[in-house]
Write a protein that binds this ligand. Structure first.
Ligand code: 173
Length: 319
């Protein structure tokens, strides 16, 4: 009798406390991308440190859930966590793609109200928690296989995601949206004359084999992050949630990593024979300004409510 009482009052609560939470994570980027490998390493570290409390179970990449469906899968709870960029889930909310317009860093956005605003919107429109941004300080570029001497793409078919749509269209490109996993074949078959992509991660997918030119300068700021189903996030025991917040923040705080990585990737492209196309100073300046102007203009049009609020925390304010 005594023993039973001991079990009920002492051991049973201990057993409940020891319940380990498992979160299922999918990646919108192909598994052979360096981003994903780096994230899997982070997951392994978390799993070691959080043993008994939290385990993240990496399910896979776009073969598990297609690139443009990861956002919806997180929203509805088909999976618990997603590794994605906002451009891949504009079908959940247009605001997802606005984070490319960030001129302030993730660290600054944690202080200036940006992180809280993002989380307000992500919760309200996407039933999501925006855990942490883990790729930044990374410009996008236009890569093409035909030489141009001015920012003019008439007659060219360019692979895009929502990141580049309005900007490339403003240069008269014919655009075609595809997931990263389909770009190599499109290049190989000559279906596209070029594509938008960050300064890095070209080699991960072997695109250097099919790429002649990179247009400089770059524009915008690539954003890749960990997102989570909001109900799942709220339902975590407080201690587990705090642990997850700490671990995702620690990952975000390593973003300076990308600065040196991108320099190296730029060199690697030159070494692989990718030539750069540059414009004169005035044209370059106008090119970058146009990207920004068109980006915010379409953002505010797509979200009159949150576009202007996000601009305040994402854009560097003119003094
Ligand atoms: O080009 C893309 O697929 C894209 O939108 C993107 C965004 C962030 C990082 C890498 C790619």
């Amino acid at each position: 009798m005594k023993r039973i009482v001991f079990f009920a009052f002492v051991l049973a609560p201990l057993a409940a406390q020891a319940q380990e939470v498992t979160l299922r994570l999918v990646s919108a980027f192909p598994e052979n991308q360096f981003y994903v490998k780096r994230t899997i390493e982070w997951v392994e570290k978390v799993n070691k440190e959080a043993k008994g409390t939290l385990q993240i179970n990496f399910i896979g990449g776009p073969k598990a859930i297609p690139t443009f469906e990861v956002g919806n899968a997180v929203k509805t709870g088909v999976v618990d966590m997603g590794f994605s960029t906002g451009a891949f889930y504009t079908n959940v909310m247009p605001e997802a793609d606005f984070l490319k317009l960030s001129e302030t860093s993730a660290a600054e956005q944690r202080k200036n109200g940006g992180y809280d605003l993002i989380n307000k919107i992500w919760a309200e429109k996407g039933n999501m928690r925006y855990l942490a941004k883990v790729v930044e300080f990374t410009p996008f570029h236009l890569y093409i296989n035909k030489k141009i001497d001015k920012p003019e793409l008439t007659g060219m078919k360019i692979r895009i995601t929502p990141v580049y749509r309005e900007f490339f269209q403003s240069m008269n490109a014919q655009v075609m949206t595809t997931a990263p996993g389909e770009v190599y074949t499109a290049l190989e078959r000559g279906v596209i004359d070029g594509y938008g992509w960050p300064i890095h991660a070209l080699f991960d997918l072997n695109w250097q084999e099919k790429t002649k030119f990179r247009v400089d300068p770059g524009f915008y700021n690539a954003e890749v992050s960990l997102i989570m189903n909001l109900d799942k996030y709220k339902g975590l025991p407080a201690k587990t949630r705090e642990l997850l917040d700490r671990q995702t923040l620690a990952y975000e705080q390593q973003n300076d990593f990308w600065k040196a990585y991108n320099q190296n990737e730029t060199k690697r492209q030159a070494d692989a024979g990718i030539q750069t196309i540059s414009f004169d100073a005035a044209t370059s300046k106008a090119y970058v300004e146009k990207a920004k102007e068109i980006g915010w203009e379409s953002a505010i049009k797509a979200s009159p409510q949150y576009g202007p609020q996000l601009k305040k925390v994402l854009a560097k304010q003119a003094n």
